[in-house]
Write a protein that binds this ligand. Structure first.
Ligand code: FAD
Length: 469
């Protein structure tokens, strides 16, 4: 089987898509205009329309529905928020627990809404294994991470330690020393989810225009080349694809992530690997990675990629042979029985990273502009949470979601979310971090004493992690 370095497995599982939806070709008025038909935009539309059916809502998408990260991600649905500590660190434990419960319950909520709405997206709640699976240093890293999760306020019943035997019952890694089991994690086929959700919101009465790139975003106004929408509220839901909007892309930058998929594995291989409950898994490398067993019996495996100079978003799917092999080698290192298994698909895209790691849902009532994003690679569940949150803010609902520390009802993103440094500083820092992380990874994997260089690299990387705050 020829390795396809330019194809998204998820879209290939969807029967032929219908003709594109019509472009916006007139000047119109609406209550809410949403820019971007990914999870954030569509969940916002869904929760607005189900709670306030009288609202007129129009979604404008530059490409097709799910063109951005929502149609091409790794499929993890995580009951956590990347950057949660930035909001809860100063709060009393009782409030921290409440915040963590909200993000944990969000996963079950997604399961329920998909079932209620008949959206078949292969949702499977198999939990996640954050494993120490390749070298002994990973045990301490994962134990520290578990302590961090508990300190944040995550319940011990949701996040607990598995010893080597308990881990092996769930998945058999090369060196399964132990790991964290996070119960509040599910997986989905993201393309089925984004397509199903778009159909559902249309049936509720929301209008979606595809191939309608917004070129100007102003107060109560979103303009394309062929038409303009005047609306009370404009939602900018472009996350890692905000390059048209100078004002947003300075605060949330695109970082690439790249994924591979194996051919469906044989039953014999699955017997050896385990994963009967189809959990998600990751190991403790700084080169953030994420995998799971898909509904059709493949291994899906991704790892964070690079940052492109100037903050260019990744629109094509293509990835290089080198990037494929890096991920394949890491996967085989985790599961040596995969040596010789064919990789059938490889693809990538951009996720959104805010300067201070703050995922956010913001409504600026004065300008009428709302936005959500900065999910830092954990956006599948977060986009649902923040879509619901934006709907509550827009509808002025006095809800628990609207009271969360990451929800801002009367604020402007320019004041809340720090700006990234200008180029070439950003790009240079990204290069330094990438090489330094890779160096630390090599040393840890070698598992030999490196009394000087190892602690220095680790400290340097901790420093890099801290300056992004
Ligand atoms: C390869 C990869 C793997 C990932 N894996 C995971 C994972 O396993 N779990 C997880 O939780 N998260 C993951 N993420 C992150 C997650 O997918 C995103 O955070 C999430 O999908 C963002 O959804 P969104 O709707 O906010 O943005 P997007 O889905 O990126 O949608 C933004 C949309 O805005 C449109 N747009 C942009 N500009 C304009 C304009 N001018 N006019 C009109 N439309 C415009 C774009 O075309 C795009 O469709 C991954 C991301 C990538 C790239």
């Amino acid at each position: 089987m020829q390795l396809d370095t330019n194809s998204n497995l998820w879209t290939s599982t969807i029967p032929e898509r219908p003709e594109p939806r019509p472009r916006l070709e007139a000047n119109i008025q609406a209550d809410v205009a949403i820019v971007g038909a990914g999870f954030t935009g569509l969940w916002t539309a869904y929760y607005l329309k189900t709670q306030a059916p009288h609202l007129s809502i129009v979604v404008l998408e530059a490409g097709r529905v799910g063109h951005g990260a929502s149609g091409r991600n790794g499929g993890w649905v995580v009951g956590n928020l990347a950057g949660l500590e930035r909001y809860v660190n100063e709060l009393p434990m009782v409030r921290r627990r409440e915040c963590c419960q909200v993000v944990a319950d969000n996963v079950d909520e997604i399961g329920k809404v998909l079932e209620r709405e008949g959206i078949a997206a292969d949702f499977n709640k198999g939990g996640a294994l954050y494993a120490a699976a390749r070298y002994p240093d990973q045990i301490a890293i994962q134990k520290d991470y578990l302590a961090h999760l508990h300190e944040l306020g995550h319940a011990e019943t949701n996040c607990s330690w598995l010893d080597a035997d308990q881990l092996a019952e769930k998945a058999r890694f090369r060196n399964g020393y132990g790991g964290i089991y996070h119960r509040q994690v599910a997986t989905v086929n993201p393309a089925k989810l984004v397509d199903g959700l778009a159909e559902r919101v249309e049936r509720l009465g929301v209008t979606i225009h595809e191939n309608s790139r917004v070129t100007r975003l102003g107060q109560h106004e979103a303009a394309t080349d062929q038409g303009t929408i005047e609306a009370t509220t404009i939602v900018c839901a472009t996350e890692g694809y905000a390059e048209d909007f100078h004002d947003f892309r300075k605060h949330v930058i695109p970082v690439q992530s790249l994924v591979i998929a194996t051919e469906p594995l044989t039953d014999d291989l699955w017997q050896e690997i385990g994963m009967a409950e189809r959990p998600a898994f990751a190991d403790a490398s700084r080169l953030i990675n994420y995998g799971h067993r898909s509904a059709d019996g493949r291994l899906i495996f991704g790892a964070r990629g690079s940052y492109a100079f100037g903050g260019k978003s990744k629109h094509g799917m293509a990835m290089s042979q080198e990037d494929i092999h890096l991920r394949r080698d890491l996967l085989v290192d985790l599961f040596p029985v995969l040596e010789g298994v064919a990789i059938s698909h490889g693809w990538g895209g951009s996720l959104g990273l805010s300067r201070n790691f703050r995922p956010h849902g913001i409504l600026d009532r004065e300008s009428g502009i709302a936005t959500a994003g900065g999910y830092a690679g954990e956006g599948v569940a977060a986009a649902h949470l923040f879509g619901r949150t934006l709907a509550d803010l827009i509808l002025e609902r006095d809800s628990q979601l609207a009271s969360m520390p990451w929800a801002f009802a009367n604020a402007n993103h320019r004041h809340l979310i720090k700006r990234w440094e200008p180029e070439p500083l950003r790009w240079l820092a990204a290069q330094a971090i990438t090489y330094s992380y890779a160096g630390e990874e090599v040393l840890m994997k070698r598992n030999k004493p490196a009394p000087l260089i190892k602690p220095v690299l680790t400290r340097m990387n901790d420093f890099f992690a801290s300056i992004i705050e």
